[in-house]
Design a protein around this ligand. Structure first.
Ligand SMILES: [Fe+2]
Length: 448
């Protein structure tokens, strides 16, 4: 079978009819994410990886203005000609821009102006969306891309806000306890206040996945990013996968066994980082003078929940844990094959819309013969380089810069997280980060 020539599906009238409401919902969700913040919180940039929330709100708006309105709305006047310089992210084909490291210097324009910019663009987009059936099919494709682009920035908003607030010495929470929708039962399942050594790795079970020649990549109707194509065949040997994510309790055993002090578990680059950065635990973990383990979460510092999936791990830490546990990380092909084999679906997962803003423990009565948490909670590091699929070709123009130019020196993560919007994810979705990055909700699942 030749998978290489599967085209993008044509724009269906039903899709076009649904897009105006979806546009409004996605745009409102971005604003809602920033709503708990003070205006001052939206300006700072404590790390090169993190962008100020105000910048995210403006950049996503610039994307609509540049990709859709300037192209498909005759006579459209840009809101402010200087915004292209301020809010272009990385598109060389769209001109010069503020250095990424300087996004936190943008005290102007004020947040209120950015909200006015959003309203201006939304008004013009509403008119454009009403004309969508008359426009070339490329317009509909770009609207879908724009929605997914804004949803990607919603995940970044959630993780960047967490990082920004965590680095403030006051360590304010993003939400109050009352605002969190997480059930007290789930939190109570794994709270620990003291060092604990009785948490057993055997709590996870191993599930077999048959080997074979499998088709990998986006094979359904509907949107996908170009990096999920072309569909192609891979040979996968039989393997086993753990039925759940590695938990904080599991990872604490690694720490208590001296995992951060023993070079033999680490890749060379990871061991260098451990020593240079003084890493002794995952990002957001801390230990009080009395030995209590804490973690910065959506409501601020809280006791470490041993039953919750371990998150904010670099690839190096995930791999070192796997080495210590006598296992390995899955490849991205194995992950996708397993997700299909076990019938994983986004429905019911812990996504951005769940409102937990943190990975959740597996219920105590979860079936050990089923594979859990494949979609939602934490991105899962794979031991696969983020390379183009065979036959991949970059699009012409700015869209060729969207994914293709990042296909080197990064690793693929699969499955989405508690910060991913539910309508954004697919089983074939390929996320990618450098091996040292820890500020996303990145965790792991063992394979062997
Ligand atoms: Fe962007």
């Amino acid at each position: 079978m030749n998978f290489a020539s599967l085209p993008y599906p044509p724009a269906a009238p039903a899709l076009q009819a649904a897009l105006p409401a979806h546009y409004q919902a996605v745009r409102a969700q971005s604003v809602a994410l920033v709503q708990p913040l003070l205006p001052e919180d939206t300006v700072v940039q404590p790390s090169l990886d993190v962008s100020p929330p105000k910048w995210h709100l403006a950049h996503t708006t610039w994307f609509w203005e540049t990709m859709l309105l300037q192209r498909f709305a005759p006579g459209y006047e840009v809101y402010d000609p200087q915004y292209a310089y301020l809010f272009n992210s990385y598109y060389n084909s769209l001109g010069s821009r503020v250095n990424r490291a300087d996004r936190g210097t943008l005290s102007r324009p004020p947040l209120a102006d950015v909200h006015r910019y959003r309203a201006y663009v939304d008004e013009h987009m509403a008119a454009l969306l009403a004309r969508l059936p008359e426009l070339p099919a490329a317009a509909t494709e770009l609207v879908e891309l724009g929605l997914h682009h804004e949803q990607q920035h919603q995940e970044l908003l959630a993780t960047d806000i967490k990082y920004i607030l965590s680095t403030n010495p006051l360590a304010p929470g993003y939400l109050s306890n009352e605002q969190l929708t997480v059930s007290s039962e789930q939190l109570a399942a794994g709270n620990c206040s003291l060092l604990t050594v009785n948490y057993s790795l055997s709590a996870a079970s191993w599930l077999a996945v048959p080997g074979g020649i499998y088709a990998i990549g986006h094979q359904q109707e509907g949107f996908s990013f170009d990096n999920e194509l072309p569909v192609h065949e891979v040979l996968v040997a039989p393997f086993e996968l753990q039925n759940r994510l590695v938990t904080n309790g599991d990872f604490l055993q690694f720490i208590e066994a001296g995992g951060y002090q023993q070079f033999q578990f680490w890749l060379g680059e990871g061991w260098d980082l451990v020593n240079q950065q003084g890493w002794k635990m995952p990002l957001y973990w801390s230990q009080t003078a009395e030995g209590q383990w804490q973690r910065y979460g959506p409501t601020g510092l809280a006791p470490l929940n041993l039953a919750a999936p371990a998150s904010h791990l670099s690839f190096y830490e995930a791999d070192a844990y796997a080495q210590w546990a006598g296992a390995r990380l899955p490849t991205e092909a194995e992950w996708e094959v397993a997700a299909r084999h076990f019938g994983a679906t986004p429905t019911g997962g812990n996504w951005l819309e769940s409102g937990h803003f943190d990975p959740l423990p597996l219920p105590a009565d979860a079936d050990p013969t089923q594979c859990h948490q494949l979609l939602g909670d934490c991105w899962e590091w794979t031991y696969s380089a983020y390379h183009p699929y065979p036959g991949y070709q970059r699009a012409a123009g700015p869209l060729g810069e969207y994914n293709g130019k990042f296909m080197v020196n990064q690793l693929v993560l699969r499955g989405g997280s508690c910060a991913t919007p539910e309508s954004h994810i697919r089983l074939t979705y390929r996320n990618f980060f450098h091996a040292d990055k820890r500020w996303q909700f990145t965790g792991l699942r063992l394979a062997r």
